[in-house]
Design a protein. Sequence first.
Length: 68
Amino acid sequence: MEGLDGRHRDKNGQIERKHGNTKMRTLKPEYPELKNFRNDDTLGQVRARYGVESLDALLEKLRTKRTK
């Protein structure tokens, strides 16, 4: 099920979160902050490395690190 914004939604209409097994190569076109990660790294591996629970938290950490 797709919403008007093109994001995938579950049967209840909730936007699905990115899974830990998502490869970084699939996220890079959408999130330029991830360009330095290996293509075969998974989101779960990178989240664990940075000690965060979500893609949003990872992006926030990378953005604040870059502005310092």
